[in-house]
Ligand binder design. Structure first.
Ligand SMILES: [Zn+2]
Length: 278
């Protein structure tokens, strides 16, 4: 394996479809057998995992040399009008990061919020306050997990590339989760080598070279309308130019994790990994 082929890890969003059981422990083994490198644990429908399971997951991942990240629940809206909902959102992110640490996961991805009817600027101001509090609590707890707000696919959601990069620049320790499919669906463009390269350049310019050496990436095919993302597709059923995308990641020397969210999960993850190493 050349050195270039070792920079990016490829894996699945949750347990692979071909796993012997729909459990993270079995999923890690499956990812390893498939020759993949990492897995994102999905707390998206709520965090139901206990510490005992998390400790077993850590052991399993270490034994198979599989990198882990977690995805916080979808029910997060740091810019909700009701204070109770904002606090509950912070709590869900905090608990995801705490469980991530026990699992040995290095990153916790979250969807920051919605614009509602208060506009982008006010939404940003509310979200940044909420995120700062969460980060400061985790710092006090000496939690090493990197929090990562995700670029979002619907125009009603906070999380354009610019917003996420600005948020990460303003909050110490925060790093982005770059979902290229979301950026493509949201903008209706961002689907060529030159555009992918420009996105990477923008990340480097705003957050420095180190952000690109350990980037967290989501990818899948995507169906979209003028309002943005509609649903995930397998890459070959979509218009996403993944061959140009991989080439841009390679040429830029990006490192980190690529988490595949296509419905066929491990098939697209393996296809991308092969393409990357070819
Ligand atoms: Zn997500």
């Amino acid at each position: 394996m050349s050195s270039a082929s070792r920079k990016l890890l490829f894996g699945t969003a949750g347990v692979p479809n071909s796993s012997s059981a729909p459990l993270t422990l079995a999923g890690i083994q499956c990812v390893s057998q498939l020759g993949l490198d990492c897995l994102e644990i999905e707390f998206v429908k709520g965090l139901k995992m206990g510490s005992d399971t998390a400790r077993k997951i850590k052991k399993q991942a270490n034994a198979h040399n599989i990198g882990l990240s977690v995805h916080a629940p979808y029910y997060v809206n740091l810019s909700a009008a009701e204070r109770g909902k904002r606090l509950a959102s912070q709590e869900r992110i905090l608990n995801s990061a705490r469980m991530a640490e026990i699992c040995g996961a290095t990153s916790a991805v979250f969807h920051a919020g919605y614009y509602g009817n208060i506009g982008a600027k006010k939404t940003f101001d509310i979200i940044i306050e909420g995120v700062k509090e969460v980060v400061s609590i985790l710092k006090k707890e000496r939690n090493p997990v990197v929090l990562r707000p995700e670029t979002m696919g619907k125009k009603s959601q906070f999380g354009s590339l610019e917003e996420i990069l600005f948020l990460c620049r303003e909050v110490d320790g925060l790093q982005p989760c770059i979902d290229f499919s979301h950026i493509h669906a949201r903008e209706g463009k961002a689907n060529s080598y030159a555009e992918f390269y420009r996105i990477l350049k923008k990340i480097e310019k705003k957050l420095g070279e180190t952000a690109l050496k350990n980037l967290h990436i989501h990818i899948s095919g995507v169906e979209y309308s003028a309002k943005g993302e509609l649903k995930h597709l397998n890459l070959q059923d979509s218009d996403f130019r993944y061959d140009e995308w991989i080439q841009a990641l390679k040429d830029y020397g990006v490192g980190g994790m690529v988490i595949c969210e296509s419905p066929n999960l491990e098939q697209d993850a393996s296809m991308l990994k092969k393409l990357y190493e070819s």
